[in-house]
Each structure stands twice: as C-alpha cells, then as structure tokens.
Design a protein around this ligand. Structure first.
Ligand code: ATP
Length: 548
C-alpha cells in the first residue's frame, strides 16, 4: 500500500486519451457518470482492432484442420452473439444471484459508500485519545491521506502534526476487523469528522436489475443485465451442437457488453460498470480437460505478447486453492503491471478458468454447491432444489467412443476495455527526435502494434503547392481502399509527424520535391524513425504486406 505508484505517468496517459479522442467520460457535459466511459474516434478504432484481432485469432481465423502448438489435437471454433438480458433463472443457476456480491460499508455521517476490501487504516494517538484512521485511497496517496484525516479527527492544526503518534502500519480494515484488533466504533471513516460512523459491512449484489414489460410489478418480472457473457454460451450449447455439426472438443467465442454495479469504480476504465468481454467456452472430454486448461492458459498468454505487450510487465498467476471459485478446478490470471498500481502489483486482464461441468450441470439439474468435494444440487429448507434447473439434457454423445458425458469447460475470459488500457499504457513513450533543423525535440509516442493502431498511415504533402497535394490526395485515396489512412496538409511537417506519433500511426508518407521528379515518397517509421524512399507506385502493396 505505501509503495509509490507511477501516478504521474498514468495521469499523462489519461490526459492523452482525452486530448486525442481515445476515451471520454460518459455524459461529461452533465458532470460525468462514475464508472462509465465513451470511446472517441481514435479509441473506437483501437478497441475495434483489438476485438477484431481476438475474433480473428481465436474464432474466424482458427484452422480446425491443424493441431496448434501445445494443443492435444485439432479442434473447432464457432461464434455467438447473445442477448444482454436473459431468463432470470439463468443467474439463479449460475450462482450469480446468490454469490455475486461484494461487501460494502456505508458512512452514516458523509453518506458515502465504500468497498470493504478497499479500505485501509492505521492506529494513531493524540494526548491519550486513540483512533483507527481509515483511508479509501490506494498506492502512494494512502499514507498522506491518513495524516490529513488524523489532523481532522483529533482537531489538530497541520503545524502540530508531530504531536500525533502513529502506533501501527497501514493495514486492511477488513483484516483488522476480522482479527478483532479494530472495532468499527474506533474507526474514523475516510470522509467523516467523528469516529464510529461506519456501518457494519453488508453484502451488495453486483448485478444491475431491470424490469421486463410495461406493466412490470411483481417479482417474476425482475431481470438482470448480464454480469458476464459466458452464460449466453451455455444457454446455446445444445443449439450450436445441433446446428453446426461441431464435435467435442470445440469452443464457442463471444464478444459483448457486460454490466457490474461495482461499488467503487476506479483507475480509469480498469474497473467500469459497463464494459466489454471477449469470452470463450471450450467444451472437452472430462479426462482431457487438464491438458486443454494448460493449452488455453499458454495460448492466451502468447496472444498478448504477439500484439506487442511487454513480457516483463505481464504476469501469469495460478490461483491458490482457497482463491478458486466454488466451481473451479484451476484458474490462472494474466495480469499487467498498470502504472496506477504500486511496483510489484499487477491488475487482472484475463482469467482462464477450468470450470469442470459446473455450468452445464447447473442449467440441467439446478444450482450446484460443493459438499464433501462433490458438486450436488443445493437444497432449499423444503428439501427441494433451491434454484431449479431447466430439466433439459445438456449432455453430449461422442459417436466415436460411443460415450455420453457432460463436457468439461475451459473458459478464457478477457476484458476488452482492460486490454485496451494495458495496450495504451504499454505503448505510451516519451523520447527525443531531431526536428527539421536537427535539434532534439521531445515527443510523446504511442508505439502500438500496427494491427491495433487506429490509423495505419498518414499522407503528408510537404507544402501546399507545386502539385504535391494532388499527388498526396490520389495516394491517400488508393490507401484508404485498403487501410485506415489520414490526409494532413496543415502545419509544419514536424508538427504533423508529432500528431501522428501521439495517435500511434506506424507510418507517414511525405510527398516532396523529389516525388515530382522521380516518383518516390518518404516513408517514415514511427518507432525506428528511419526515412526511406519508396516508389509511389509500390507503396500501397508494400504497406498491405506489412499489415498482413
Ligand atoms: P476483478 O477481480 O478485477 O473484479 P474478476 O475476477 O471479477 O475481476 P472476471 O469475472 O474473471 O473478473 O471477468 C473476466 C474479465 O472481465 C476480467 O479479467 C476483466 O478483464 C474483465 N472485467 C471484469 N470486471 C470488470 C470491470 N468492472 N471493468 C472492466 N473490466 C472488467
């Protein structure tokens, strides 16, 4: 907690994202809405390129005749696009209705609400009075915040700060309350003036609720916005098997919006209330599921590297047994060292979970719980299933082995917004380049992989005369038929290069005096800064090749 974060770097990334039209706060003219973000012209292109890369690499471009490296055998992939609102029973059987919650804590004085696991504090004393001073800040903001809070709580002037004695290190409030070393009566809330204003922690379901139909009123009309896309895939498992002739092992991929009423959205888009997921449910034989779990964990790890994420900032973390979800046999997270985290801390980009047969069986039999190591249907007080399943047969018959079984599932579940944020943070660089007179000029550059870059190429006539704009516009039009291209004739060429560097455009083509005589243009590379002469007639094919 008390380790420094790279907050100033993060602030610059957030400011660039806004200034250049990558990401805006939702409903900004009304003061914004916490936890909701809009993607601007460059951001929507970046996010779409990321989702297209995922869809191509995982689903549409998958070669089902070959055995990919590390895979036990060839497999098929199919796609789906399911609704956001589903039958309410889906969430009862999936476990989200009962289990998908966070603990929250309210402050009676400030009327603010906090996530219990986000609060930290330390003991302080002043003239015999003791307080457990609580902060909701993280990283290097936490300690200074407790000092300001203690001044307020003890009613001490800042000039007398040394009169406050600190009796313990910063620790998690939840841990301290559980260990009974702190009671909430001694705790000074993050925005309170008096101790003892924090309420006991309460459970808060993260699903957004809505009602179906104009006359909705009773409980049966309650519906939920999906908190994950995965359940739509389980709903359609049988439909896909029956209509597309896929055979186990196979996977179904889906990209779409999910909603979670996060108690404390924070860290830019990292924890949003509306976000997009890219999920695969991979169905396999129970006896082969451990091999498929390892395959997907490693394949998803390599995917981030293939798009240029810095390996040293990525971490693959296998969950400990006590961290696993109630259904999971094994889970690994792919995590990234975001600049808003303290050194050595990582934030989750994607979870790869071995879900066993939990989901399909729950939707057949009713909500399952683990008892003595076995998954059994949870009973209500009347001895009947607590949440009834569909009663439909979701098992699979393997025609080769003549066996019937409920497939096991491996789920690589990635967040599109978190991935965009990681790629933006990773791409952000500040360095120096020579300007037109050869003097060093500092620049901000997004070194995005060409597949992800919103614009692939900019076409720049050196001056607005001598026929240069005409050649440039013709070239721009040819390029535009094949890739996102940008035409810019405004300002010095150095300023124009700088604008493209900030947008992450990998290549610039400059039309200059030599173009008029020998038909070549300058191709400037964003990262190496090399400037090569290339024939106008060849440049379109050349860039198309590079993007392939
Ligand atoms: P966290 O522990 O950070 O809340 P999680 O373990 O609940 O995440 P999963 O349920 O495994 O997340 O969801 C899969 C992926 O969806 C995450 O790895 C993340 O990329 C994305 N995701 C989940 N919650 C959010 C959110 N609130 N905002 C943005 N992306 C999210």
């Amino acid at each position: 907690m008390d380790k420094p974060t790279d907050q100033s770097r993060m602030d610059k990334i957030v400011s660039l994202a806004k200034r250049r039209g990558f990401i805006f706060q939702s409903s900004e003219i009304y003061g914004g809405l916490n936890g909701f973000w809009d993607y601007g012209p460059l951001g929507v292109a970046l996010k779409r390129n990321l989702k297209d890369a995922w869809w191509h690499d995982m689903v549409s471009g998958h070669d089902e005749l070959a055995t990919p490296a590390g895979a036990p055998q060839p497999y098929e992939m199919a796609g789906l696009d399911c609704t956001i609102i589903m039958h309410p029973q889906v969430w009862k059987c999936s476990g989200h209705f009962d289990l998908f919650h966070d603990w929250m804590i309210d402050c009676r004085e400030s009327k603010k609400r906090y996530r219990f696991d986000h609060l930290h504090g330390r003991w302080a004393s002043h003239r015999g009075k003791k307080l457990f001073v609580v902060t909701d800040q993280s990283g290097d903001d936490a300690l200074p915040h407790t000092v300001t809070r203690a001044l307020k709580g003890f009613g001490v002037r800042a000039s007398k700060v040394e009169e406050i004695e600190w009796l313990s290190e910063l620790e998690s409030l939840a841990t301290a309350v559980h260990a009974q070393t702190v009671t909430l009566a001694d705790a000074l809330g993050p925005d309170a003036g008096e101790p003892g204003t924090l309420t006991a922690p309460r459970e808060f379901n993260l699903m957004f609720e809505t009602r179906i139909g104009a006359l909705a009123g009773d409980d049966d009309d309650r519906a939920f916005l999906r908190p994950e896309t995965a359940q739509g895939i389980f709903m359609n498992f049988k439909n896909v098997v029956d209509t597309s002739r896929v055979k186990v092992p196979f996977g179904i991929g889906q990209i779409g919006k999910s909603f979670r009423n996060e108690i404390t959205p924070r860290n830019f888009t990292f924890r949003s209330r509306e976000f997009e997921q890219m999920e695969i449910e991979f169905f396999c034989k129970p006896s082969e599921s451990a091999d498929w779990y390892r395959y997907w964990r490693d394949r998803r790890w390599r995917w981030y590297l293939s798009l240029g994420l810095t390996e040293g900032k990525l971490q693959l973390r296998e969950h400990h047994a006590d961290e696993l979800s109630h259904y999971s046999v094994g889970t690994a997270d792919i995590e990234y060292a975001f600049p808003f985290l303290a050194p050595g801390e990582f934030g989750e980009l994607e979870g790869i979970a071995h879900r066993g047969d939990f989901d399909l069986r729950s939707h057949m039999e009713g909500k399952l719980v683990r008892q003595d190591g076995q998954l059994v249907v949870e009973q209500g007080p009347d001895g009947k299933p607590r949440h009834r399943g569909s009663g439909k047969d979701l098992s699979y018959f393997d025609e080769i082995s003549r066996e019937r079984f409920v497939p096991h599932v491996i789920e690589p579940s990635a967040g599109a917004d978190r991935a965009v944020l990681a790629f933006l943070c990773d791409a952000y660089h500040e360095d120096e380049v020579p300007d037109e007179d050869g003097k060093p000029r500092s620049r901000t550059v997004l070194k995005l992989h060409p597949r992800l870059a919103p614009l692939k190429v900019a076409v720049l006539p050196l001056v607005k005369k001598d026929g240069m704009p005409e050649i440039a516009i013709e070239l721009y039009r040819k390029l535009k038929a094949h890739m996102p291209a940008y035409y810019d004739e405004k300002g010095s060429v150095g300023r124009r290069y700088a604008r493209q560097d900030e947008a992450g455009t990998p290549w610039c083509l400059t039309i200059d005096g030599r173009t008029l005589t020998d038909g070549t243009v300058t191709l400037r590379d964003r990262d190496s800064l090399t400037q090569d002469r290339v024939a106008v007639a060849e440049v379109v094919d050349m860039l198309r090749d590079r993007l392939r």
